[in-house]
Structures are given as C-alpha cells and as structure tokens.
Design a protein around this ligand. Structure first.
Ligand code: BDP
Length: 680
C-alpha cells in the first residue's frame, strides 16, 4: 500500500481572494500578472506519495487548483516532463515522474479552471524536450530588438542577489511549459564567460530551477582570444580546446543542470571557425565535445549569409547541406523559420528538408522586430503553425514539426523573447499573447491557434463575457494576415527602413551598404514588374525544395499567391490565378490590410464598457498607432511601386507624390520609437 504525506502548503489551506472579475462586471487586468490573473478561491489539500519528492513550488501550485484534494503519484511516463491527470469527484490524481512534471500538471489544472473546462482524464507529453526562450539581452542591460524596456537580467544587481521578479518570470515560463532560457544576446560578448559572470548566471539558474527552468548562454567564438589572449580561436588548436573545456567545467561546477551554448558564428561580422579555415562542424563539434560529458548541448545557428553573389535566401542551405551528418550527436542546428529573416511571411527554410542526418530546431521570433514592435497587434501563432505544419516533402512524414522531432538525443525549439523590465513585461498586454502562444505550441505543436487564443483570453481577460472574448479572438486571428497585407503582401519581403525595422523604406539606398541589406535587392521593382525571380530561370532557390514543392513554386501559375513575389518577377499587368492583374491585387491587399486594422480599432471601441480603463486605453492607443502605421505602409509602398507600374491606384485612394516625399522625410528622420514618441 502506497503511503501519502500532506505537504505543508496544503495544510495551510487558506482561502484566497478571487482576484479576477466575475462574469458581468468590469474586467480588470493587472498587466504584470500576465495570463496568471486568477487565484484560486480556496486551496486544495495536496497529498504526495511517500517516495515522491514534491518541491515546495509544485506543492504550492497544486494547492491552487480547483479541487478539494490532489493526490500525487510517482509514475514513469514516456518523457520526464509528461504527466497524467485523472479526476475522481472532487479529487484529482496526478501521475508524474518528478516534481517538474507535477508542476506542469498543476498549471494545466489551473488553466482548465480558468477556461472553465471539465475533464475526466488527460495524458500530456511535450512535443519537444527543450522549449527555450532566447533573450537577445546585452550585458549592459539593453535588449537587441527589444520593445519592452531594458533587460530583466540586471547583471550589476545580480552580483549581489537575484531580484524577486525573476521568480515571477520563471513561474510564467513554467505555466506554459518553457523549460530553458538563453540569457544573453546571440551577438555575444566574450565577458559572459568570465568567472564573475558565471557566478551571476548561477544566481539566475538557482532561481529559475525552482520552476524547472534551466539556463544556457550564447557564446562568442573568439572568446579564447578575447579572454585568455590566445593567438587563435581555431577549433582544432589544443590550447583553444583546453580553454573551452576549462570554462565548461567551471560552469558545470556551479550549474550542474546547465543546458549548453548557443552560437552565432560567421554571421553578420561575428567570429567563427571559417575565420580559421575550419568548418561549421569543426567549430560546433569542438564545443560539443567539451559539453558532452556534462550532458550539455550546442545550438549552432544556421543564420548565415556571407557576402557572395548567391541569393541570400539560398545561403544557409549552401553552407550547411554539405555538412549533413558531420555534427556530433549533441549539436542541434538552430534554423530560423524562413530562409531570410523573420519577415511577416516567408516560405519555410529549405534547410529543414535537407539535413536528413543532423538534429535541427526551429527558431521563431516572439519579439516583433518585423511586425510592428510591441505597438502592432500581431498574434504570431498563425505564422508559427504555418511553419510547423509545412511539409518539406523530404520523406513520408516530413512536416517541420516532424523533422525537428526525429529520434535524436535532444529535441528543441526556440523563440526570441519579447520580454523586458516594463511593468507589463512585453511592452503591451496583447504582445503577452505571443509569449504565451510560443510556450503552448512548444509544448504541443498540435494545438490550434484558436485554442491558444481562447485560453490566453480567458486567463488574461478573466471574466470577460463570451461575446466580447470572441471579439478579441477575431482580432487576434486576423491580425497577422493584416500585418502581412499592409506591410508586404504577395511574398514581398524586407521593405523595411534601413536603420530600424519598423516603417517602410522600399526606396532605401544607402551608398556603400551591402546590396542584400537594401529593400530593392528583394523587391526588384522595375518598369516590367515586381518580385525576386527565384525560379529555375532565376536564382533557382526553388531547387532547394523537394518535389512537388519545387515545381509548384517554380511555376508562376501554381505558385501560391502568398509567395508569388518571393519566387517570381511578375509583370505588372500579368493575370494572377484569381483573375486579377498583379497591380490590382497588390493595391487590393494593401487596402485590405489597412481596412482590417480599421476594423480592429472599431471592435476595440466596442469593448470599452467591459475592460478596465487603463488596459483598454493602452490597447486602444496602440491600435490607433497601428492604424496610422498601416496607412503609412499602404501609402508609401503603393506610391513607390506606382512609379514603376505607371498604373492608377484603384478605389480613389488619395495619394500623390508630394505625400510620398513627406513619407520619405518621415522615414529618414525616424528613430526607433520610444513610448513617448508614439503615444504622447
Ligand atoms: C536580425 C536582427 C539582428 C540579429 C540577427 C540574428 O535584425 O538584430 O542579430 O537577426 O538573428 O533579424 O542574429
């Protein structure tokens, strides 16, 4: 007979206030609490089997579930994080192998309560072993492409102690299943490997561990030269190897569950093995060997595009495919979802279909570098599921979700965080949905965008009546397509302003800058037409995809309209598969993007009576900004392209070249917007 023991937390069994509003009243959102607005009104009693080492954290979270009693049973399941839930009247039985899995079970039960869903039994097993946030946080507290304040990792303060909000951060991550974080920017400073920083990383790791979250760091490949004054960082050099081994050992001495290294090498000016005549695999494998005995991994990024004549969209494939099978088992190639760079829409990176014998992981961007910062509503789950569900056709079951989960030492998925030290963490409440959605999808790639939105809305806007929740969901679900349409429809990409990636600058011309940093490299507008010819007659990027996709993309008649100008240079008056001319379709898509945002503004106005004034106003202001920006995109792009198409803009849009001059001026004087600039 198995013995049970009551945990201290459960014995407290105190009644707690119901924080969120109840049905019918004004919904009050406390942005700092994210989607964890609700507290249980009564604590459950938690009993764990005698041999179950239930952490205080897991016990506390289990006591917050809606049940009289929670029984925790020790049970080996398919994966360490998996769990099973069985309901028996007012009790719940949790079956798990360890405390972290029990913690996930607790959050699952809390979520079910928040969305008011009943169950009899549930089996959960995460899609990936490692579900990682990548922070692009610099050691000086700035955040690259961050739109929510400064870094939450205050390295100076961490020299003494870890702030309490790191516990809240860890809890939020655990509540959606995120179990690892890379603490610093991929453009990594060597300093992160100094002993002073390792002591601070340990301090962070000690806090996050309570919620099952492990840490990793991004490293600079030239660290041996910068920190130990070695003459080289050649991965085959013995002193270089010894440097890395001693650093790795030092890290594991204080952080035994350290995940490993993330490396951006030979990319955008960063050092890497190619500088020493070695390959990506030489570099990655050397690091992997130092980590292997500790169970650590290397996440080696495939975001590379050396200055060359090759179409930038082809370059990762060109560099990495010859290395397929050459990597150590604890190396994972971390690949951005698209072949260029987190654009509002890209076809999936062909590399996913071409590394048959190498571990791969997807890198998504949660921070909205290319989708309107934290000002624009852009619910990103539709973009991510589009990628995960894309079929690479490299084998029978070869969606990206499948090829990144092939039987390997470790499977993983990463998202570039949108988190900063703003009170609301993400710059705005609606942007919190993307942190939430990343975690949920990383946990379960099968979840639908609608389900995730439903969950997030029910928890964030707790108590909002059903009709109004549906209204919020409709906006969210339409938002990504709206952004694509008012920014870069039909497969257009990288029309962003040079200095920031916020507004449009299709005309950008920076003397001396790399060609493939210029929008005209991508849109190729001329008097004949628009778009990049990546067909077999052009750069032949289509050739990097498997049949039948290669043929489908190659033929202008079968290429999906979403990717048309990605793969083809299309005449302005060409008749598209929907019967419209390219020019008419382009105008219509820009217009529909703009109108969609107009619709969001109107829908949000109708929600005013239901949501507390501060939250409502903040979101309303952001939507107004988005509307202004959508018009800016619409006008600037259409006016610019019209110079080439020489065709009239339909629907009587009042546009003239004077206006475009003004836009040009605005863009060139535009600095990355601070909240003051945008809202005051
Ligand atoms: C680009 C960003 C740049 C990053 C780079 C990367 O503009 O700030 O350093 O990606 O992923 O999108 O390394």
């Amino acid at each position: 007979m198995v013995g049970f023991r009551k945990t201290n937390i459960a014995m407290l069994a105190l009644a707690a206030a119901l924080a969120a509003c109840s049905e019918g009243s004004l919904c009050t959102v406390e942005p700092h609490k994210l989607w964890l607005q609700r507290q249980s009104d009564a604590l459950a009693v938690v009993h764990a089997e005698d041999d179950f080492e239930l952490s205080t954290t897991a016990a506390k979270e289990l006591s917050e579930v809606a049940a009289d009693t929670v029984f925790v049973h020790k049970c080996q399941l398919e994966k360490p994080d998996a769990y099973k839930l069985v309901k028996a009247q007012k009790s719940v039985h949790v079956y798990a192998a360890n405390s972290t899995a029990a913690l996930y079970a607790a959050f699952h039960l809390q979520r079910l309560n928040a969305v008011n869903q009943d169950f009899t039994s549930i089996n959960e097993c995460p899609s990936y072993d490692l579900r990682l946030l990548n922070h692009w946080d610099n050691l000086d507290g700035t955040v690259e492409r961050g739109y929510a304040g400064r870094s939450i990792f205050d390295w100076e303060a961490l020299a003494d102690s870890a702030p309490d909000y790191l516990t809240e951060y860890a809890r939020a991550n655990a509540s959606v299943g995120i179990n690892a974080v890379v603490l610093n920017n991929v453009n990594a400073s060597p300093e992160i490997l100094t002993s002073a920083y390792i002591a601070r990383i340990k301090r962070v790791a000690d806090v996050l561990r309570n919620y099952g979250v492990r840490v990793a760091i991004a490293v600079n490949f030239a660290s041996p030269m910068k920190l130990a004054s070695l003459p080289t960082a050649d991965p085959l050099d013995d002193d270089v190897k010894a440097f890395w081994q001693s650093k790795v050992d030092e890290i594991y001495d204080s952080i035994p569950d350290f995940v490993g290294f993330l490396v951006k090498a030979n990319s955008e000016g960063l050092p890497g093995p190619l500088d020493f005549g070695r390959s990506h695999s030489d570099g990655a494998n050397m690091l992997a060997k130092t980590l292997a005995s500790h169970g650590g991994i290397v996440m080696w990024r495939a975001f590379v595009y050396s200055p060359s004549d090759a179409d930038r969209a082809k370059q990762a494939n060109i560099e990495f495919v010859p290395l397929d099978g050459a990597f150590e088992p604890n190396v994972i190639i971390q690949i951005k979802n698209g072949p260029i760079d987190f654009q509002p829409r890209e076809p999936f990176s062909p590399l996913f279909g071409n590394l048959a014998s190498t571990s791969m992981m997807v890198e998504f961007q949660i921070t909205q570098e290319y989708t309107g910062f934290s000002n624009h509503l852009c619910y990103l789950a539709p973009m991510w599921t589009e990628t995960l569900r894309s079929n690479t056709h490299s084998a029978a079951d070869a969606t990206i979700a499948a090829v990144t989960r092939r039987e390997k030492t470790t499977t993983a998925i990463a998202g570039v965080a949108n988190i900063g030290n703003d009170e609301n963490w993400c710059g705005g409440v609606m942007a919190q949905a993307n942190w939430y959605a990343f975690g949920r999808l990383a946990w379960n790639v099968e979840l639908s965008c609608e389900e995730i939105a439903d969950e997030w809305i029910a928890q964030t806007f707790a108590g909002l009546p059903t009709t109004q929740r549906e209204a919020v969901k409709e906006m969210m679900m339409a938002s990504r397509e709206a952004v694509v349409n008012y920014m870069m429809p039909l497969g257009l990409h990288h029309l962003f302003a040079f200095g920031h990636h916020y507004g449009p600058e299709p005309w950008c011309d920076v003397p001396g800058a790399r060609e493939d940093w210029m929008p005209r490299y991508y849109h190729r507008a001329d008097s004949l037409g628009l778009g990049f010819d990546r067909s077999s007659r052009g750069s032949n990027a289509v050739g990097q995809y498997h049949s039948p996709l290669a043929e489908k993309f190659d033929d202008i008649a079968t290429c999906p309209l979403e990717y048309l100008l990605w793969f083809h240079h299309v005449p302005w008056n060409a008749t598209l598969s929907n019967g419209r001319s390219l020019w008419a379709e382009l105008c219509s898509r820009y217009q529909s993007g703009l109108e969609a945002v107009h619709g969001f503004v109107a829908s949000w106005r109708r929600l005013r009576p239901y949501i507390d004034q501060q939250t409502w106003t903040d979101i309303a202001q952001r939507l107004d900004t988005q509307h202004r920006d959508a018009r800016w995109w619409h006008d600037a792009c259409l006016l610019y392209f019209q110079q080439f198409s020489a065709m009239p803009i339909p629907q009587g849009t009042e546009l003239d070249l004077e206006k475009m001059k003004r836009y040009k001026l605005e863009i060139s004087n535009f600095e990355c917007p601070t909240e003051e600039q945008l809202f005051r």
